[in-house]
Design a protein around this ligand. Structure first.
Ligand code: SF4
Ligand code: MG
Length: 320
């Protein structure tokens, strides 16, 4: 099927102000040359530890973070070059959902109105049918119409995430970027929300960019997965292959920490030493070399390219 979102060599660098006068002396290469494609109806899981730049990828796509270089094409158009009427038409088709929808909900606005507001803003509903559309979105997300006049604080975390999803869904998007949408929830509630994402995808042919630090979360939802570390893509590939036979030492380490035992899989437990290095001062060569149990001399000087490993897979490692 067709490419819905195409990101090419995306770079997002942030200046760091330091020194007595706040002069800019360094920059964080939060996203340092990421490419990925999401096709219609597909779910792409972007995984990595906090500080890997995965959230910045999501924010850069919708221009909540200003990219430094690269292109973002959405529905065949350069999203960052669009303005005027065409941007107005396309922008609702791409929605962002955050970890904590509470922070994006006004505590004094009833949730029916919170869902209706963007519909009116985008001209996708009139004053006479906005209520009906908001109620439909609520019900699609497993909430009841009678809850529409309640305030955000009257809902549980899981319900609030449903409200966040309903608010995005009301705009009839093609792609939803979901940044850690279940990370704040209990495991049992996580499964419910994941099932909701899956059902909405089946019903509406939605695509997702699903951002998570947790591989066990993306396993149940994603078609393809990309693993990020310090702003770079370490490995990408179809979910099954990546889970069955990870190629990159970092992917292997992340997978070996997934608590769910998978029969027939013998995984060596790989415990990474230390924390993710300071993104403003990443290691030379392979950025992963300070934590990689397989690092050799070459890894310290030589940055591996992300290259094809066959079967739609890519890996950035000298030894893979
Ligand atoms: Fe480890 Fe070297 Fe591969 Fe980097 S290139 S992941 S340091 S073996
Ligand atoms: Mg994040």
């Amino acid at each position: 099927s067709e490419a819905l979102l195409e990101i090419e060599d995306l770079k997002t660098y942030f200046p760091i102000k330091s020194g007595l006068l706040g002069r800019t002396t360094r920059q964080v290469k939060a996203v340092d040359g990421i490419s990925l494609t999401i096709r219609e109806g597909e779910t792409f899981g972007l995984v990595g530890e906090s500080g890997s730049g995965k959230s910045t990828v999501g924010k850069s796509i919708v221009r909540l973070a200003a990219k430094t270089a690269g292109t973002v094409r959405f529905m065949g158009e350069d999203l960052h070059e669009l303005h005027g009427e065409r941007l107005r038409q396309l922008r609702p088709k791409l929605q962002l959902i955050f970890q904590d929808p509470y922070s994006s909900l006004n505590p004094r606005v009833r949730i029916g109105d919170a869902i209706g507001e963007p519909l009116l803003d985008h001209g996708l509903a009139s004053k006479s049918d906005v209520r009906e559309k908001a109620l439909q979105a609520l019900e699609s997300c497993g909430l009841s119409a009678y809850q529409a006049d309640r305030l955000p604080h009257e809902f549980s975390g899981g319900q609030r995430q449903r409200i966040g999803i309903a608010r995005a869904l009301a705009l009839d998007p093609k792609l939803i970027i979901a940044d850690e949408p279940v990370s704040a929830l209990d495991v049992s509630i996580q499964a419910q929300i994941i099932n909701l994402f899956r059902r909405l995808q089946q019903e509406r042919g939605l695509s997702y960019l699903f951002i998570s630090h947790d591989l066990s979360v993306v396993e149940h939802l994603c078609d393809r997965i990309g693993v990020m570390y310090l702003g770079s893509m370490m490995e990408t590939g179809p979910r099954e292959e990546l889970f069955r036979s990870p190629l990159h030492p970092y992917t292997k380490a992340l997978l070996s920490a997934v608590p769910i035992p998978i029969p027939k899989l013998k995984r060596e437990r790989i415990v990474l030493k230390g924390d993710i290095p300071d993104p403003s001062n990443p290691p030379s060569g392979c950025k992963f070399h300070t934590r990689c149990p397989f690092a050799v001399e070459r890894c310290v000087h030589d940055a591996p390219e992300l290259r094809s490993a066959g079967g739609g897979r890519q890996v950035a490692c000298h030894l893979a």
